[in-house]
Design a protein around this ligand. Structure first.
Ligand code: UDX
Length: 453
């Protein structure tokens, strides 16, 4: 919406939310999300043609087009728990629009939704029999966090799905005309509603599948002596495969991949496609295994006992350039290490201590009866965080970790000093020359190999 307001000065964009705290932050200097380049644009367009408000009713009444962008997390209860998307917020939003609207509207699904949700949305919207007409479109968002602004300014494609009726076509054309203010027409793709809904789920599933595929190969590399980065480079140079999303890692995180695959799996099961469901489920299973495998490697390399040892996590966000911690692999790794009663020091340039505490509560990261302060501390400076540590584990690929003075860090650590690089971003050879025992994902040198020398 922010980028739309920037590129379409003649369009009034209203962002309405029932949460006053969020809106207050959107109207303040400290925005509720960190995203490179976002603050600059908001400062330029806020109050010009971009407005943040809690007056949802007035915004609904005034709008010709409504983008519904509520979150659709994985259901935690009832039918489809742990897999299906929770559509409560979305249905509440649709009911509210139906109740308040006094003129015809185009209603757009911006949130990722299961296929054929638009059919249900249509029923909800038209249930009030107020005579107001709603045209439902699907316009999924493909931006990635950390690069959101450039992804929105210059997307690979914008996808708009609508009903194949004259009214549907007219609504699609209206939305196309907005995006074409800053995106060339060859990148604006129009489809039927169901193709659009399904494309979003499958795009995320394919991207995540590439990561699980290369992560599965990383395990093979570690046992055979191959180097996963060399293998990925050799594979990726084949134009049919391509080089993107082949970085082996401690596992993928973020609000989308796991949720969308589980949702896809649930859809397939619902439609009786057992084999298809099992195929995609394996992507998540592999991801969970990778997080566990990395944690077990830490424990086994450190002589199978980490109780009372200080382990420093470099990074807590699910990727660099964001403060977002949803589904971050750091949560799983913390849980495995704390189960062994390691003492964790966590550092991240954008994740605050409060957020880590919240995540630890929500995901039951602490062992039963253990308080946060007993085993966990948060420190903003990675050099201070490493002092006295037995091991450093790189959880997030923040650039700032690449250029630290590792000699000084080594000198301040307990010996043997271990580095477990879950993102393959550090200069491993140099670190080994300093004296570190280094383990990295899919690399032919594991810390326990070195120990066995
Ligand atoms: C993703 C999709 O890329 C985006 O199109 C969609 O709209 C939302 O979901 P996002 O979750 O923001 O975006 O980040 P992405 O860059 O895709 O990374 C997801 C996770 O995969 C991160 O944890 C990242 O570190 C990991 N990853 C990514 C890898 O482990 N290896 C890779 O090669 C790429």
């Amino acid at each position: 919406m922010v980028v739309m307001a920037q590129n379409c000065p003649n369009i009034k964009v209203i962002v309405a939310d029932i949460n006053p705290k969020q809106i207050q932050r959107w109207n303040s200097k400290e925005l509720p999300v960190y995203e490179p380049g976002l603050d600059d644009i908001v400062v330029k367009v806020r109050g010009r043609n971009l407005f943040f408000t809690t007056d949802v009713d007035a915004a609904i009444k005034e709008a010709d087009i409504i983008f519904v962008s509520v979150n659709t997390p994985t259901k935690k209860f009832g039918i489809g728990a742990g897999r299906a998307a929770n559509l409560k917020n979305w249905e509440l939003a649709a009911r509210h629009i139906a109740k308040v609207a006094t003129s015809d509207k185009i209603v757009i699904e911006k949130s990722t939704l299961p296929v054929r949700t638009a059919a249900a949305m249509k029923k909800v919207l038209h249930a009030s029999q107020s005579g107001v007409k709603f045209e439902i479109l699907s316009n999924p968002e493909f931006l990635a966090e950390g690069t959101a602004i450039s992804d929105l300014q210059n997307p690979d494609r914008v996808l708009i799905g609508g009903e194949t009726t004259p009214a549907g076509d007219a609504a699609v054309a209206k939305v196309v005309s907005i995006y074409s203010k800053w995106i060339t027409n060859d990148r604006i793709l129009t489809t039927n509603l169901w193709s659009s809904e399904l494309s979003k789920l499958t795009a995320n599933a394919f991207l995540a599948q590439r990561i699980s595929s290369i992560n599965s190969i990383s395990a093979l590399c570690e046992t055979t002596g191959a180097d996963v980065q060399e293998v990925a480079k050799a594979m990726g140079m084949d134009r049919r495969i391509g080089k993107y999303f082949l970085n082996a890692s401690v596992g993928f995180g973020g609000s989308c991949f796991q949720k969308d695959i589980l949702n896809l799996v649930y859809l397939c099961e619902t439609f009786g496609l057992k084999e298809v469901a099992a195929y995609w489920d394996q992507v998540v299973i592999m991801n969970n295994w990778q997080k566990k495998r990395f944690s077990m490697k830490i424990i086994s390399s450190m002589f199978n006992t980490i109780a009372g040892k200080k382990i420093t996590l470099f990074g807590f966000a699910f990727k660099k350039n964001t403060g977002d911690t949803r589904e971050t692999p750091a949560i799983d790794v913390s849980k495995y290490l704390l189960a062994e009663r390691a003492s964790l020091t966590i550092t991240d340039p954008k994740v605050k201590s409060d957020q880590i505490r919240k995540d630890f509560d929500e995901y039951d990261v602490l062992p039963e009866g253990v308080k946060f302060e007993e085993l966990v501390s948060v420190e903003s400076d990675p050099v201070v965080a490493s002092c006295g540590a037995h091991a450093i584990c790189v959880m997030t690929e923040w650039d700032c970790y690449k250029t630290l003075d590792y000699k000084a860090i080594y000198d301040s650590m307990a010996k043997p000093a271990f580095i477990f690089d879950g993102r393959n971003i550090l200069p491993h050879k140099e670190l080994m020359e300093i004296g570190f025992k280094v383990f990295a994902i899919g690399k032919p040198y594991g810390a326990e190999h070195i120990m066995n020398e």
